[in-house]
Design a protein around this ligand. Sequence first.
Ligand code: NAD
Length: 331
Amino acid sequence: NRMIVTPLTELLGIRVPVVQGGMQWVGIPPLVAAVSEAGGLGILTALTQPNPEALRVTIRETRQLTSKPFGVNITLLPSINPPDYEGFARVAVEEGIKIIETAGNNPGPLIKYFKANNCIVLHKCTTIRHAKSAQRMGVDVLSIDGFECAGHPGEEDIGGIVLLARAAQELSVPYIASGGFADGRGLASALTLGCAGINMGTRFLCTVESPIHQNIKEKIVASTEQDTVHIFRTLRNTARVFKNKVSMEVVALERRPGGVKFEELRDLVSGARGRLVYENGDPDYGIWSAGIVLGLINDIPTCDVLVKRIEKEAEEIIGSMGKLIKAEAKL
Ligand code: NAD
C-alpha cells in the first residue's frame, strides 16, 4: 500500500495528485463525484449553471454522491452573456466549499474574496508573469497551463516543458501541470519537473461518468494529436478546440483580409451551440474544447480505473528510474 505524497495531496487531502479541471458543460455532479471518489480532485464548473442558486443545488447534489473533497471552478473570460461571478463566488462560500479553482483575466478580487473566506485557491494561468502575480495575491497552488491545453492557452505559446521548468525556477508555492496530461508517464514527468501533481480535462471528458454523448467519446478515441485547432487568435482570446467544420470556418473567417469581428462569429461559436455537440453526439455541430492530448487517449475507462491506472503507472516509472543510475565502471 504505497502512495505518491506531494504538497498537493497533503494540502487537499486527496490520494492521487490528479485534478479534474473546470470544463464547461461537463463539470457537473456525476463526473465530479466520480473523480473525487477515485482519489483525485473533482471540480464543479460554476458557469455551467444558469445562475448561482443552481450552483447551490449542484454542490448539494455532489455532497450526496461523495464525502471526499471536491472544488468549484470560476473562469473569468469574455462571454456572450456576462455571468454573475460574485453571486457564484458567494454561493460557493455559503455552501462551505473549501477548494476553489480560478482561471482567466483579472482574478484579483475573486482570489482576495476566497482567501478572506479561508478557501484553498488553485489558480490556473498560462504565463510565469501571471503566476507570480497570483502568488503575490496569496493563491495556494498554481495550475500552469501549457500550449498543449484545451480551451484558452493565452497568447504566448510556451510549451509545457519549458513553462514548468520556468515555474520550478520562479515560484515558491506548489504548482501543478496542465495541458497534455493523460497517463502515468505524464504524471511522473510532471513530478520530475517539480510539479505537485497534474490537471486533466480532455482525459476526463472521455470517461464512463463524463456526461457527454457516447459518439463524442468514441470520436476522441479515434482522434489524434493533429485534430485540434486554435480559434480566436486574431481576437486575442485564443482557444484550442476540436478541428471540425465549424472551427475551420471560424479560422477561415479570421484569415479573411481585414479580419473578423466577434459579432460575426457569435452564432457559430456560442457555448450554447457547443453544448448540443455533447447532447446530440454530432462532433461537427459546434465548437468544443479539446487538447493535443487527444493523441494519447485510446479508451473510455471509468474514473476509478483511470485514476488508479495513472497512480500505478507513475509509481512504476518513478520506481524504475533509480535503475538508470549505475556504479561507474572501473577503468
Ligand atoms: P460563450 O457562449 O459566452 O462564448 C463562446 C466563446 O466565445 C468562448 O470561448 C468565449 O470566451 C468567446 N467569447 C465570448 N465573447 C467574446 C468576445 N466579445 N470576444 C472574444 N471572444 C469572446 O461561452 P460559454 O461556452 O457559454 O462559456 C462561458 C464562459 O466560460 C466563457 O467565458 C468561456 O470562455 C468560459 N469557459 C470556461 C471553461 C472552463 O473550463 N471553466 C471552458 C470553456 C469556456
